[in-house]
Design a protein around this ligand. Structure first.
Ligand SMILES: Nc1nc2c(ncn2[C@@H]2O[C@H](COP(=O)(O)OP(=O)(O)O)[C@@H](O)[C@H]2O)c(=O)[nH]1
Ligand SMILES: [Mg+2]
Length: 307
């Protein structure tokens, strides 16, 4: 399962422009939400792939959802996403991005209020049967609703019932579309050019790389690699996730048959020039299921294949 990120913002902020640049997707149907995959650029991947002479390179991806408006119902499409990218209009000169961000925060709160109220209504109905645990749940939901109605995000609330899928607990990354942030119009035009030409128009790295970097920070992600000669691939995990969870994201069979995991830092592998030479130099180590994967690890899971 790749990560999922929702793009939100007021109409004309530049959401679809951002979506199109990140996913490389073509023309969109106006007013409809869109889902697409964005590639995560990572300079390390090509170097690892070159070292192991990989036939195929597969970058890590993020699933993006472009939401055409901010009504509670539309925002409800985002209950499953891992983070929100907020696009703010700082290009037209007609908006105040700080105010718009505040408006959006309120809309997210309203959407959460409706979400909690709906659940409360259902539980209250069921609680008429007299079951004490349902009464307790209704009480808890009333407290949560009061919290939302006092305009505080649920990230500032203690533990929440697992049935709730709130929006105001999600990490939020803001993008100012305009001179103070990223010029999405320019990025859209540069996306049409070959990479080397586009680079000449930029002072530094692509502003989009910065968007992805901030998402990684907000979600506290790490990248790990699998380096085979058939395919070399980048993957993402939450920081602290284990070698077993890494195996799971590769294939459930690999996780099920997990024996041990060979780990080497990507730059050690590149410097050694091959897995064999890295092993000879003692740079590869063996880790178990509970090893917390670190950013830049190259993993090779040894597993017994299913029978
Ligand atoms: N000049 C300029 N126009 C932009 C910029 N970003 C978006 N636009 C224009 O604003 C309109 C709405 O952009 P779009 O990405 O569809 O906004 P959305 O409603 O948030 O999806 C389009 O006509 C874009 O060309 C920008 O940075 N500069
Ligand atoms: Mg749009």
């Amino acid at each position: 399962m790749s990560l999922e990120v929702g793009i939100v913002g007021l109409p004309n902020a530049g959401k679809t422009t951002l979506f199109t640049v990140l996913t490389g997707a073509g023309a969109q149907i106006p007013g409809k939400e869109h889902v697409g995959m964005a590639t995560i650029e990572d300079d390390r991947l090509a170097k690892v792939a070159e070292t192991v002479t990989a036939a195929k390179i597969t970058p890590a991806t993020i699933r993006l959802v472009d939401v055409p408006g901010t009504g509670a119902q539309l925002l409800g499409n985002l209950r499953q996403v891992d983070a929100l990218l907020v696009v703010l209009d700082d290009w037209s000169g007609t908006r105040n991005p700080d105010d718009d961000l505040e408006t959006l925060r309120l809309e997210l709160l309203v959407a959460d209020g409706e979400h909690v109220a709906r659940r409360l209504e259902r539980v209250e109905k069921q609680a008429k049967s007299g079951a004490p645990e349902l009464k307790a749940e209704a009480d808890e939901l009333r407290r949560i609703l009061a919290h939302v109605e006092s305009e505080r995000p649920l990230s500032e609330h203690g533990p929440l019932p697992p049935e709730l899928e709130p929006l105001t607990t999600k990490p939020l990354v803001e993008i100012r579309n305009g001179p103070s942030g990223i010029d999405l119009q320019l990025e859209a035009e540069l996306a049409e050019l070959p990479e080397e030409e586009a680079a000449q128009f930029r002072d530094g790295p692509s502003a989009l790389a910065d968007v992805v970097r901030r998402l990684f920070e907000a979600l506290d992600l790490v990248t790990f690699f699998t380096a085979g000669d058939r395919e070399t691939r980048a993957w993402t995990l939450r920081r602290g996730q284990t070698a077993l969870e890494a195996a799971e994201s590769i294939h459930s069979d690999i996780a099920r048959g997990f024996i041990r995991c060979e780990v080497i830092r990507w730059d050690d592998l590149v410097a050694a020039g091959s897995h064999a030479e890295a092993a000879r130099r003692g740079l590869e180590r063996l880790e178990g299921k509970t090893y917390a994967v670190e950013d830049g690890d190259v993993l090779n899971v040894r597993f017994s294949p299913p029978r």
